[in-house]
Design a protein around this ligand. Structure first.
Ligand code: ADP
Length: 194
């Protein structure tokens, strides 16, 4: 299986490149942010709890993110070539638990692709996205900045977890979408040919 963790701060382009990876390599897209937003709309117990954190730009509890991913793996494992994990894992606790979830299902993360984008560019992209996304956490510059801060403090360390496993690859995320996606594909094809 080809299991890609697509990593990077809010606004780095994870959603855009996930869509492209999914269609190029015939994978299943799992975005914990999208799944949580659906749960909020459906007013499930987890959605109601997660919303309290998400609206402020904080992370939802690890327990909720892990439960969602476990359920998705059970739903799709065996019926797909692999997954693109978009926005997960976001803490080192999630990363360690994720390894266990994958191992129990006889699979593993193939690689982490980390999209590197400068701070000023992230702010510009998120402000632009805010004009049409309708997301509460895009709606206010202080929440946008808080999400980037939460990324730097709680999520960035996840890179070290995958570096230690020799699965970490950095992608310079500035330039056109086509240019960046080409770099991503070069890495994926190298991994696949091993
Ligand atoms: P972005 O990365 O652009 O901010 P996402 O849709 O990935 O957007 O995430 C939106 C919000 O959903 C996050 O700020 C966080 O509150 C919540 N969230 C998404 N994935 C996770 C996760 N794995 N763990 C905890 N919270 C999450």
């Amino acid at each position: 299986m080809l299991n890609i963790v697509l990593f990077g701060p809010p606004g780095a382009g994870k959603g855009t490149h996930s869509q492209r990876l999914v269609s190029r390599y015939n994978l299943k897209h799992l975005s914990t942010g999208d799944i949580l937003r659906s749960a909020i709309q459906e007013q499930t117990e987890e959605g109601i709890e997660a919303a309290k954190f998400m609206d402020r730009g904080e992370l939802a509890p690890d327990r909720i993110a892990l439960k969602i991913i476990g359920q998705c793996l059970d739903e799709f494992n065996g019926t797909t070539n692999g997954f693109v994990f978009d926005g997960f894992p976001r803490t080192t606790v999630q990363a360690a638990e994720f390894d266990v979830l994958m191992k129990n299902r006889n699979t593993a993360v193939s690689l982490m692709l980390s999209l590197e984008v400068e701070y000023d560019e992230l702010i510009l992209r998120l402000e632009k996205r805010a004009q049409h996304s309708g997301r509460i956490d895009d709606g206010d510059i202080s929440i946008i900045k808080n999400r980037i801060q939460v990324y730097n403090q709680q999520t960035r360390p996840v890179k070290e977890y995958y570096k230690k496993q020799g699965k970490y690859v950095e992608i310079h995320g500035m330039g056109t979408v086509d240019e960046i996606f080409q770099k991503i594909c070069n890495v994926v094809e190298l991994i696949e040919s091993r």
